[in-house]
Design a protein around this ligand. Structure first.
Ligand code: KG4
Ligand code: ZN
Length: 339
């Protein structure tokens, strides 16, 4: 099966073709980074307008760079949620219309299931059951993946998502957007131990997490140290990153303990974080737990993961009727099981 996928849930316009026979993907991503940078974060209305301008051109470029023409496509997958309401509608409408025009099925895909399945595109895909740490700009959740399609949420952030905390802290320190890579770069020059920030909810016996207290503590440190010199910035960035990584690592291992899983998959934008990968790898190895993550370009938003998720859902479920539905809020544990 060859699935064309379209994704526009936030600030990346992305398109991909997944060929399930070859287990191979062709994809293109256009990032709106420059558009939102001066605003210090994503402006939803600007995002929707730009997706409308880019999506068709990007789809044409995708076909030109692939061995396929539109008549080779068997189905269309589009991100139906969660995400920014207006942004989601762009590729949902486009994807549905393309499928209608080509007389092939279309399916709305859950963005976080897409992230969760991104490591499946590697040559050595992880096998369920496992614990998935899904960490992005909008979500931070721990999921017990009993089987692909069968998800139990073990815990999530009760306030900010980890990526959101990175973005807001970077903005506060004048480090630019997106905040995750900016803080990481800055933290590389940091002196360990100068700033130690709180690890909220670390001791709670469950998998719930919190990042807003950490954000506030970092803000207070920034205000107390102003005007910030470059070294202090780096030291604060390091203290902040260490605290986030410590909480994520601790709670992920707690999720393994509670679910009995000996495998972890991390996915979503924050899973690109090198400190998170290294610390989690070391602490998991000490407990004989295996760690899988997607290749770097598939950590942040892309349509390759949507194409793959669409292909497995289409193989299992009946395609959807001729209507366009999007779900800006959509809990992953409400997805139907795969047959
Ligand atoms: O998955 P994603 O591309 O979009 C959403 O679905 O939200 O995640 C974007 C988030 C942003 O908050 C960004 O700051 C964060 O992922 N991020 C990182 C890194 N790269 C991206 N956070 C920490 N370290 C990184 N290297
Ligand atoms: Zn995402």
């Amino acid at each position: 099966m060859r699935v064309l996928a379209l994704e526009s849930s936030c600030d990346e316009t992305a398109v991909a073709i997944y060929d399930s026979v070859q287990h191979k993907v062709w994809d293109k991503v256009y990032s709106q980074l420059a558009l939102h940078q001066s605003h210090g974060g994503v402006v939803p209305e600007l995002a929707s307008r730009d997706h409308i301008q880019r999506a068709l051109e990007l789809t044409d470029a995708l076909f030109q760079g692939s061995p396929f023409s539109k008549s080779d496509i068997d189905a269309v997958a589009y991100t139906a949620g969660p995400g920014l309401a207006g942004a989601l509608l762009v590729t949902a409408a486009l994807g549905r219309s393309m499928a209608y025009g080509l007389n092939i099925p279309a399916i709305g895909v859950h963005h976080m299931e897409g992230h969760l399945l991104a490591p499946m595109l590697s040559d050595n895909p992880p096998e369920a059951p496992f614990v998935a740490l899904l960490v992005s700009g909008g979500h931070t959740l721990l999921v017990h993946v009993k089987a692909i399609g069968e998800y139990e949420i073990l815990g999530e952030s009760v306030d900010d998502a980890a990526g959101e905390a990175f973005d807001k802290t970077a903005r506060l320190m004048g480090l630019g957007y997106p905040g995750g890579p900016a803080i990481s770069r800055c933290a590389q020059r940091g002196n360990p131990g100068r700033f130690t920030f709180p690890r909220p909810m670390l001791k709670s016996p469950d998998c719930r997490m919190s990042f807003s207290g950490l954000k506030t503590a970092t803000r207070e440190a920034v205000l107390a140290a102003e005007p910030l010199d470059e070294q202090t910035k780096a030291d604060i960035a390091l203290g902040f990153e260490e605290a986030v990584v410590d909480v994520l690592t601790h709670k992920t291992l707690k999720a393994c303990e509670l679910s009995g899983c000996q495998r972890i998959v991390i996915a979503g934008g924050v899973s690109a974080n090198q400190r998170l990968r290294a610390v989690l790898q070391a602490r998991a190895e000490a407990k004989n737990i295996q760690l899988n993550y997607p290749e770097l370009r598939l950590c942040t938003d892309n349509a390759a993961m949507i194409a793959y998720a669409g292909a497995i859902r289409l193989a299992a479920n009946t395609p959807e009727p001729l209507s366009i539905k999007t779900f800006p809020r959509w809990p992953i544990d409400t997805l139907p099981a795969l047959d």
